[in-house]
Design a binder for this molecule. Structure first.
Ligand code: SF4
Ligand code: SF4
Length: 220
């Protein structure tokens, strides 16, 4: 892949991409994709197993991404946060050691436009398609629950985060807007899980510390 690093542009930008979440690994970033090698990589704590939903083809792909601050090693659905590998002076990996998703971005001086990619991000994610069984087993071993259960738990927390993020999240407006659309698609494709979220949270939301503090002093 062509080397397209431009430290001056990225420094002026301040790492907007890395502040919006870790970049994606391609399966080819690893010498070999087998259980033991990925287990050791995940054990470092710097990588998460995440999921991608192909709503058009009704498919879900597990893959690896640089871990986000405050998120689990198995982080199937969540609002993004800053990548754990981002330091004050940039990425803590050398260019060649960076996940392919990070090397895929073409730094752009016009920061109001998202940086373009050398190849579509989906191509990188789909490189993991042949390794779903290994990733499912790793997800179970690191989370202690089957993927479907972890997915349900993460989705319920995600719906709650989306509903409350307007009040207390430090997620940027653009990211929040795109994740709100993502939440709508999840609701449509997983109505049973959304219903569970409503049952779990709707009656309790006015009692959360955050909402209570907003209404403090009000007549309620
Ligand atoms: S790749 Fe783009 S978004 Fe990321 S730090 Fe560089 S200029 Fe900013
Ligand atoms: S691994 Fe490096 S390039 Fe990728 S998101 Fe994290 S800090 Fe940015």
């Amino acid at each position: 892949m062509e080397k397209n690093e431009n430290l001056d542009i990225c420094r002026s930008c301040g790492g907007r991409c890395c502040k919006s979440g870790g970049c994606d690994y391609d399966a080819s970033d690893f010498l070999e994709v087998d259980y033991d090698l990925l287990y050791e990589a995940l054990k470092t704590g710097n990588i998460s197993i995440v999921s991608y939903f192909d709503f058009i083809n009704d498919d879900r792909i597990l893959y690896l991404r640089s871990r986000n601050v405050g998120k689990d090693i198995v982080d199937l659905v969540s609002l993004p946060s800053r990548c754990m590998m981002l330091e004050d002076d940039g990425c803590s990996y050398s260019y060649d050691d960076r996940p392919r998703g990070g090397r895929n971005l073409i730094p752009n001086i016009e920061f109001y436009v998202y940086c373009k990619k050398l190849v579509p991000g989906e191509d990188i994610i789909k490189s993991w398609k042949p390794y779903q069984e290994i990733l499912e087993k790793l997800a179970y071993d690191f989370s202690g629950v089957l993927v479907e259960e972890k997915l349900e738990r993460d989705m319920i927390s995600f719906f709650a985060d989306i509903d409350q993020s307007f009040y207390h999240s430090n997620v940027s407006y653009d990211v929040l807007r795109s994740y709100s659309q993502y939440a709508e698609e999840l609701k449509e494709h997983y109505p049973d899980i959304y219903q569970k979220y409503e049952d779990t949270y709707e009656n309790n939301i006015m009692e959360t510390p955050l909402i209570k503090s907003l209404f403090k002093g009000k007549n309620r």
